[in-house]
Design a protein around this ligand. Structure first.
Ligand code: ADP
Ligand code: MG
Ligand code: ZN
Length: 483
């Protein structure tokens, strides 16, 4: 019997792919010289007025539509007041009680089938600047530095319902959400650079009972850390409860070196922030036409796309999920099929050879020398028995290193499969003549020796004989020709 059930909800921040910041014209360039992308608006100078970035709002709407949220005709920016040295205005412009979108969901694939995870809300907000505490950034023992380039860059916060039940599910949810923001061209998904950051809310309870007290683990910047932090929190909370103690609602930090979470501060409440509507911005009004225009521009999302692969191509969950990892990869797979390959073979080649080769050579798919069209043609040559599977691998290697057309490579390397029955018969006769002892054994009933004789025919043809035809003709010769 399961004594405890984990309950997890994620808050994910995604940096939007805009050229300028959310409320000013400063560039959002990552890695620019510190404090070179700033202006009176994002520095919080008195009297400077914010102007919302249309593209940022459009990108937020894309993600909200892709996750089935309702876009509100009117949403309201609010000031979230707190002091920190990376926040020059003394408040962050965010959204509070009237967010851009609410009530969506996404589907994750689990061991027990698909599960729908609720999305409570998606709102738009600005990022804070960055504090530099380490020596490589120029800080010293008693001095930290502030870089405000990031202050005012646009984010969306995507808040899940407390629907996740394990670290595996939390990872599956974040994986799918990352794919979705990337499919939407809304975020580059780069967790190392902080384009996608995740806070995990964790509690445990008796199965089916009331929600327990939660803790919130901040700023998990990789899938591995998310998994480890959630597992640690679940174990820690269960141990507390089993000892008869209580979970304290608080904000915690994950320490990757030790693999533990540590209390950071007691949990702040909304009223601590003195939220109030941003007086310098009118309500954000979204008209129905823009919503339908944005909806029409959305590509097919990874979940439905993987489901389509399972349905139409009979692929399993693992393969279909691998192929939809990125839009580019899924497009490549479909173009391989369009170029003449069967779906099954295209799936195998793309997930093994193509991904393997890109990985090994450290090239992006878009720079890979073997285009989907070249791969599709190669596979179709195997499927029409023009070349063997082994020869196809050689063709693929040649294309990956030097490019070139598959047909031209088959010709140049003499890889065309031998299907000419007369030529194969001539080889079979030579093999029979040269292996009298084995032929004798075969004829006296040791039919197992047949494999050896076929092998000899293949060898004689330098591996080029069509194996099926070689089999057939050798049998004919052994059965019908003079002893
Ligand atoms: P806050 O903004 O103060 O962090 P919210 O109510 O907006 O609080 O919740 C934030 C996240 O916490 C959501 O993802 C939600 O699903 C999750 N959450 C709420 N209650 C629990 C709970 N008891 N256990 C785990 N997660 C929870
Ligand atoms: Mg929170
Ligand atoms: Zn600015």
């Amino acid at each position: 019997m399961v004594r405890w059930e984990a309950v997890i909800g994620l808050e994910v921040h995604a940096r939007l792919l805009t050229r300028s910041k959310l409320f000013c014209a400063c560039e959002t360039a990552f890695g620019a010289a510190p404090n070179s992308k700033v202006c009176p608006v994002c520095l919080g100078y008195p009297g400077a007025l914010p102007v919302p970035n249309r593209t940022a709002i459009d990108l937020a709407i894309r993600v909200a539509l892709a996750t089935g949220c309702t876009i509100h005709a009117e949403s309201v920016f609010a000031r979230k007041n707190y002091f920190y040295p990376d926040l020059p205005k003394g408040y962050q412009i965010s959204q509070f009680d009237k967010p851009l979108a609410t009530g969506g969901s996404l589907e994750i694939a689990t061991r027990d089938g698909a599960r729908e995870i609720g999305i409570i809300r998606i709102h738009v907000e600005e990022d804070a600047g960055k504090l530099i505490h380490d020596a490589t950034g120029g800080a010293t023992d008693d001095t930290s530095l502030v870089d405000l380039n990031r202050a005012g860059t646009p984010l969306i916060e995507i808040v899940s319902a407390p629907d996740l039940r394990s670290s595996e599910e939390a990872i599956a949810y974040l994986t799918r959400l990352r794919q979705i923001v990337m499919y939407c061209d809304a975020c580059d998904g780069n967790m190392e650079e902080g384009s996608l950051r995740c806070d995990a809310n964790v509690s445990v309870r008796r199965p089916g009972g009331e929600l327990g007290t939660r803790t919130e683990v901040k700023n998990l910047n990789s899938f591995r850390f998310l998994g480890r932090a959630v597992d640690f929190e679940i174990e820690r909370q269960i141990a507390l409860l089993e000892r008869g103690e209580r979970v304290v609602q608080e904000t915690r930090l994950f320490d990757p070196a030790e693999g533990v979470t540590r209390a950071m501060r007691s949990k702040e409440e909304a009223h601590d922030y003195r939220y109030f509507p941003e007086p310098d911005l009118p309500p954000l009004v979204i008209d129905v036409e823009s919503i339908s225009r944005i909806r029409e521009g959305l590509p097919e999302m990874p979940g439905p796309r993987a489901a389509r692969y399972r349905r139409d191509f009979a692929l399993n969950v693992e393969d279909s999920e691998t192929l939809v990892t990125s839009r580019e990869l899924a497009d490549y797979f479909e173009r391989t099929i369009a170029a003449g390959a069967s779906a099954r073979a295209a799936a195998n080649w793309v997930k093994n050879e193509v991904l393997g080769s890109c990985n090994q050579c450290k090239v992006e798919l878009r720079d890979f020398r073997v285009t989907a069209e070249m791969l599709g043609e190669t596979i179709s040559m195997v499927e029409s028995s023009e070349i063997s599977g082994k020869a196809a691998k050689e063709v693929f290697e040649a294309m990956a290193t030097n490019g070139g057309s598959p047909r031209e490579i088959v010709e140049r390397l003499g890889l065309a499969q031998l299907s000419d029955r007369d030529a194969i018969r001539a080889i079979a006769r030579r093999v029979i003549a040269a292996n009298a002892a084995q032929v004798e054994q075969f004829r006296s009933g040791r039919t197992g020796i047949f494999g050896f004789l076929v092998g000899q025919v293949m060898k004689e043809s330098q591996g080029r004989a069509n194996p099926e035809i070689a089999n057939q003709i050798l049998r004919e010769c052994l059965d019908t020709e003079a002893r």
